[in-house]
Design a binder for this molecule. Sequence first.
Ligand code: PGU
Length: 408
Amino acid sequence: MTKINENFLKLQAGYLFPEISRRIRTFQAKNPDANIISLGIGDVTQPLAPAIIEAMKKAVIDMGSVANFHGYGPEHGYDFLINAIIENDFKNRGIELDKSEIFISDGTKCDIGNIQEIFGIDNTVAISDPVYPVYVDSNVMAGRTGQANQNGQYDKLIYMPCTAENNFLPDLPDTEVDIIYLCFPNNPTGAVAPKEVLSKWVDFAHKNKAIILFDAAYEAFITDPDIPHSIYEIDGAKEVAIEFRSFSKTAGFTGVRCAFTVVPKQLKAYTKDGRALEVNPLWNRRHCTKFNGTSYISQAGAAATYAPEGKKQTRQIINIYMSNAALIRTSLTKLGYEVYGGVNAPYIWVKTPNGLSSWDFFDRLLTKTRVVGTPGAGFGPAGEGYLRLSAFAKPESVKEAMERFTGV
Ligand code: PGU
């Protein structure tokens, strides 16, 4: 008799984004003529930059010749990409990394979902609330939580509420924790963490012998020059943090797939009898065993984002999304909404009007305006009463969506 992993039965609903798609499909089936605008899932809409297309075309041609064909690549990723990452994303900010500390993958979603596998099941996990739902769900699946209560909070997880009162920056937990998930620029609130906030977390992790899992998938959207792009800009962070980066939003790779994870050599975790061990070889072992590398073509495209033309072109695309964000912010503010984010992040966090629940506001928007957002409650209990709008839509769609908002 095959037993299932009963931890999956603890999961409360379907994964957030397929659930939203299901509701949209139901609505569209009943209203076939409705012209729906999605500001829901954070998925890019602009085509890839020409420099990326050129690099990927060349890589495809390589694959068609005996001399330049590429089969399984190195599990870590190709040196041409790793070296470009080290130079451009880190060295430029005063951070020295070794090639063996970078692991190229096909997405931050998989990496951040998988990383918890190398840590013991009895670790106490602290998670900002609201946040990208993968952190919670992957720990539920692993069995690191108990059941959810009626507020949607899982037993044994430490929730760190991020509210307007604390500027959407989590307070340090008052209990001991072992693993801390931080996401800056934040999905969904759009909040960013200044240096002193990150330093506070790095100190806390040192004191608690804890590890920070730092999701920086949106670092390219930071506009404020004082905001760190990497947690390694903080002294001592290499001893306590793993950082996740993705080309998905930076370079429009949601459909191409390429990302990377940084696991510094200095980072240690502990055996039950208190021996400190390097984490890097554990992740290396896991990565090599369960992953066969990101496609050569994707990595060639990713490397093109670091060449001068690629840099310029991807920046222009990010600017399009950030103009969308600015338009959403100003339009909704004019209409009297309380809005956050959208300045250093591609998400706008909107307080629902008249105390509506997140899902009620989602339904009202969809039926009255045919605009789709993401209910804040889907990102955690503290997201209740908010809706997230994504700036990744086409500019003309965002413009029209904002016109339709006047009719809510
Ligand atoms: N990390 C964060 C914080 C994200 O918001 C997303 C995507 C990812 C990682 C995924 O990165 P990949 O490298 O593309 O795997 N969040 C989107 C898409 C939803 C999803 O399920 O990933 C969003 O709308 O929140």
